[in-house]
Design a protein around this ligand. Structure first.
Ligand code: C2E
Ligand code: CA
Ligand code: CA
Length: 442
């Protein structure tokens, strides 16, 4: 005797079979378009997308069940299922022993009209789940075939040519939706990793800020003083204050200033160093000046003016070091005029090292031009370097400025600079940067 459930299922299947009327092309297309609309609503969740297509594949082909099987190694996994196949969700079958495996291998839609007579299918397995017809279409993803979309029915000859096209179209939709979801997730991953990178950069900057703030607050740096000499007599006329930081790893001072600028503490660090350097003025011979390195922004600040005003301003030389471009020459030139009126002297650092240093020279009419050590290097052998030094000398003459050659390391370099008429110089050959020895201790 048939159970009521089984009986009603048989009735359902028979009515489904009777209802089968092939759709015209226009209607089929409009149904596919409506599936696409549903896919769009499913969003970027691949499970939802595949579930929509599985359900609709069953409906449009008048099948009793549908399944999307995805390749996993040499097996196919029932990834999404509807109708009579729902209970088999998650099942794994060896792809070599199934019509689905053959479909992936050949890349072609395969139709089985009757499992009882088709040698390609496992007859026992079909009997077990009660199906006679199958239509299997390969599921493309990019250039790959990643599985199949299969519809099934418990009677023979259930599917038509139109169903082949339906499954092909639906599979194209799945492939596109999966690609879209994957692209989105890779974009999202890239986005997330950028957010993470930005967070790390921000954390690093915070850490850097803390460290540099500590250095500023504790004045945790030393100063070295390098003599600047009159080249004809060898007399020391001034000293350049150079910052020395000893926080863990030894790093050149310009790196420290670069870091401080990144941490938005460049100005404060420069001012802190200048403040400490100016306190040393009293320890230097009274007939010498003190050269302090500052960026154009610091040179133009009210803070540096206050500092200079609190010391013997006429013994202070501000060496304007170019690390960033000057945004407003008018402000800087005006500040330079005020500083000069106080007796402060201005020097342009690293002249000849780059375009902007020469631009500073023209715009700011400095008292001193410091010839960069790259020009001094081997000047005895390099005619072009000699020409540049000579040109700057002529310019300096015309603007009543003076020249200091930096980085003199050899007697030959010194001799050539003297011959050219460079009045002042600095470098390891004349004296290295040294900590200041208090007068009383000499
Ligand atoms: P700079 O102002 O051009 O300083 C001259 C650099 O050349 C110094 O390096 C000095 O030690 C080095 N030097 C001196 N004589 C010779 C030489 O004969 N041969 C060679 N090869 N090098 C020589 P240092 O002390 O490492 O400073 C590097 C840069 O760091 C400075 O270049 C300056 O731009 C910056 N800096 C140093 N101290 C301060 C400071 O207190 N404030 C500011 N804003 N910048 C500073
Ligand atoms: Ca300098
Ligand atoms: Ca320099």
């Amino acid at each position: 005797m048939k159970s009521p459930t089984k009986g009603s299922r048989v009735i359902d299947l028979q009515s489904a079979r009777r209802a089968r009327v092939p759709l015209d092309d226009g209607t089929l297309l409009s149904r596919i378009v409506s599936v696409q609309g549903e896919i769009a609503q499913a969003g970027l969740d691949p499970h939802k997308v595949v579930d929509v297509v599985t359900r609709r594949a069953q409906e449009l082909t008048h099948a009793t069940g549908a399944v999307v099987e995805l390749l996993d190694g040499d097996e196919l996994v029932y990834w999404s299922a509807s109708g009579t196949v729902t209970s088999q969700l998650g099942m794994r079958v060896k792809s070599t022993r199934s019509l689905s495996g053959l479909c992936v291998e050949t890349g072609r839609v395969l139709m089985c009209n009757d499992s009882e007579t088709d040698p390609r299918v496992d007859i026992d397995a079909c009997r077990l789940v009660g199906l006679r017809s199958m239509l299997v279409a390969p599921l493309p993803y990019g250039d790959l075939l990643i599985g199949v979309l299969k519809v099934v029915a418990p009677w023979p000859n259930a599917f038509h040519d139109q169903d082949v096209r339906t499954l092909e179209l639906l599979n194209t939709l799945i492939g596109a939706a999966l690609s879209h979801a994957a692209h989105h997730s890779s974009v999202e991953a890239a986005f997330n990793s950028k957010v993470e990178a930005d967070r790390l950069v921000a954390e690093e900057r915070d850490e850097l800020r803390r460290r540099i703030r500590g250095v500023i607050d504790r004045e945790a740096f030393e100063l070295a003083f390098q003599p600047i000499c009159a080249l004809d007599t060898g007399t020391v006329v001034g000293y350049e204050a150079l910052a020395r930081f000893s926080d863990g790893r030894p790093r050149p001072p310009d790196r420290w200033f670069d870091d401080a600028t990144r941490a938005e503490l460049g100005f404060e660090l420069e001012v802190a160093v200048a403040r400490k350097a100016m306190r040393s003025l009293a320890l230097l011979p009274s007939n010498t000046y003190l050269a302090v390195n500052v960026s154009p922004e610091t040179a133009a600040s009210a803070e540096i003016m206050r500092l200079c005003a609190g010391h013997a301003a006429e013994r202070i030389v501000l060496e304007i070091t170019e690390h960033s471009s000057v945004d407003d020459y008018l402000v800087l030139a005006e500040r330079a005029r005020l500083l000069r009126a106080m007796g402060v002297h201005l020097a342009i650092d690293d002249a000849g090292a780059g375009f902007s240093s020469l631009r500073h020279v023209l715009r700011l009419e400095p008292d001193l031009i410091k010839l960069d050590k790259s020009i001094t290097r081997n000047i005895d052998k390099r005619v072009r370097h000699q020409s540049l030094a000579a040109a700057l000398l002529t310019f300096a003459h015309g603007t009543s400025a003076s020249i200091v050659a930096e980085g003199i390391e050899t007697a030959a370099e010194l001799a050539t600079l003297k011959e050219l008429g460079v009045p002042f110089g600095q470098g390891y050959y004349l004296g290295r940067p040294e900590p200041l020895i208090p007068r009383a201790a000499r």
